[in-house]
Write a protein that binds this ligand. Structure first.
Ligand SMILES: [Fe+2]
Ligand SMILES: [Fe+2]
Length: 474
């Protein structure tokens, strides 16, 4: 279905045929706009930004480029095209037709899943709202704003489901999405990583690499849902999410490239000299990676989870690429290896695969994280620099699950509280690290210019040159 942009809310869900829903969403829209003005990108209401806007879900329609003022961005509701005769692929209902309405007995579980996902979307906009003030280039500023408007659209996607399928409760949940705020001590966002500040662009690139990637895995498993509208919403969100991770991976890559260039110029690996030259030394980058990776691992939840098992058995949330897995898709007798602390070591135990569904998703995520890491290491190697970046052990710096409260070094040794206290500043970003990175954050807004600490991208956006005026200020 094509999208009518003359409607107040662009959509491919036939909104004009459902007056009640249309009125509910139109009543929510001004609250959303107020939220965007108060907690969206700071000081940027007036900028003309070269943005991509989805105008249909067809391959040729979802990426339309042009200058837009962000508050005028058309936040629309798009579901991927329905798959005729789609059947539920897993759990007790495997083989039954996918649900077009919410099954009464799964109503509250489904609502909880949608609310938890939806809550992360505006949270990241709030976390990133000050970054526009210190952009390293117009190209990066544009990408930041692109991500922000798409996270806003992802909120719309979840709010549509709540309002369309959950009646009064759904409307209340939609309002609450705009009432919780990232880092608010009284009404925080639901998940821990979404209450952490994103104070500078290094944190932002690592957030988009590691934390948006958690989003990819959550969305991919919800895209398998037996509740068809949720599956179709998430499929379309995934196409937008890919760009967010691209921004993270290439952002970190460009930082590495710039640092390695300066290391070669100065013939040094001395962090002090590199910092004096205005670049981020690789050991410091490693500490920030440790942080962002570990808080993102927590987002997958407990290693063994009865909720996770229930979501799977009832057909609400599948595994990553569920339909491509060759097994019975019910996991009645299957097991899965799970790492747990045992006395002073970490051991691997076979656990019921149903209970370990979160852990399995975390495993898929870890494999995916390594891919970008390998590309970063190739870049370092290309410059002849003798440093290898690593992902810490999954048990390192965890606050959720069996390793919460256990002190584990990045290489996976259980250490004492004293050892931890003595070494934490080599493993995690220190106050000084943050202060140094903050000191680098001077805005660069001349076309084609880059901050000292980051290399230019390889190419611009949508065939435009790197020097293109991606954002016009007024
Ligand atoms: Fe998102
Ligand atoms: Fe995202």
């Amino acid at each position: 279905m094509s999208v009518n942009y003359s409607e107040r809310i662009p959509n491919n869900v036939g909104l004009s045929e459902n007056r009640r829903l249309q009125r509910a969403l139109e009543a929510w829209q001004p609250n959303y706009m107020r939220w965007w003005q108060e907690l969206g990108p700071e000081g940027a209401l007036d900028y003309d930004v070269y943005l991509r806007t989805a105008i249909s879900v067809e391959t040729d329609g979802w990426a339309n480029f042009g200058y837009v003022k962000m508050p005028d961005y058309r936040w629309g509701i798009f579901l991927a095209t329905p798959e005729a005769g789609r059947a539920i692929a897993f759990g007790d209902h495997r083989g039954e037709p996918a649900w077009q309405e919410v099954p009464g007995e799964y109503r509250s579980a489904l609502r909880r899943l949608i609310v938890t996902q939806g809550d992360t979307e505006p949270a990241s906009v709030e976390q990133q709202r000050h970054l526009g003030r210190t952009c390293p280039s117009l190209y990066d500023l544009r990408n930041l704003f692109q991500i922000n408007v798409e996270e806003g659209r992802h909120l719309w996607a979840m709010v549509y489901l709540l309002q369309a399928y959950f009646g009064r409760d759904g409307r209340a949940e939609a309002d609450a999405m705009l009432e919780r705020h990232s880092g608010d001590p009284d009404k925080p966002r639901i998940l821990g990583a979404f209450n952490e500040p994103t104070p500078h662009w290094l944190a932002y690139f690592l957030f988009t690499y590691f934390t948006d990637r958690d989003g990819k895995y959550q969305l991919a498993s919800l895209a398998e849902s037996g509740f068809d509208p949720l599956a179709r919403t998430c499929q379309f969100m995934l196409t937008e999410e890919a760009h967010h991770m691209f921004v993270g991976e290439t952002g970190v890559m460009r930082i590495i490239q710039r640092t390695c260039e300066v290391m070669r110029e100065l013939r040094t690996d001395d962090p002090e000299r590199l910092r004096a030259a205005g670049v981020i030394d690789l050991p410091m980058l490693q500490r920030f990676m440790h942080f962002h990776y570990s808080v993102s691992l927590d987002l997958f939840g407990q290693e063994l989870s009865t909720n996770g098992a229930t979501y799977f058995t009832t057909g609400l949330k599948g595994r990553y690429h569920e339909t491509r897995i060759a097994d019975d898709h019910r996991l009645t007798n299957a097991t899965w290896p799970v790492s747990v602390p045992q006395a002073s070591t970490i051991v691997c135990e076979e656990q019921p695969a149903l209970l370990a569904i979160n852990e399995r998703l975390r495993d898929d995520y870890i494999v995916d994280c390594r891919r970008g890491l390998n590309r970063w290491n190739k870049e370092i190697e290309k410059h002849g620099v003798d440093i290898v970046l690593t992902l810490p052990h999954r048990a390192f710096h965890r606050r959720i699950g069996v390793f919460a409260g256990v002190h584990v070094s990045p290489d996976g040794r259980i250490v004492t509280a004293d050892d931890w206290a003595g070494q934490a500043q080599q493993w995690l970003p220190t106050q000084e690290d943050h202060a140094f990175v903050a000191s680098l954050m001077q805005p660069v807004t001349a076309s084609g210019q880059m901050a000292s600490w980051i290399a230019p991208p390889w190419r611009g956006i949508h065939g435009r040159p790197i020097e293109y005026e991606y954002v016009k200020f007024h």
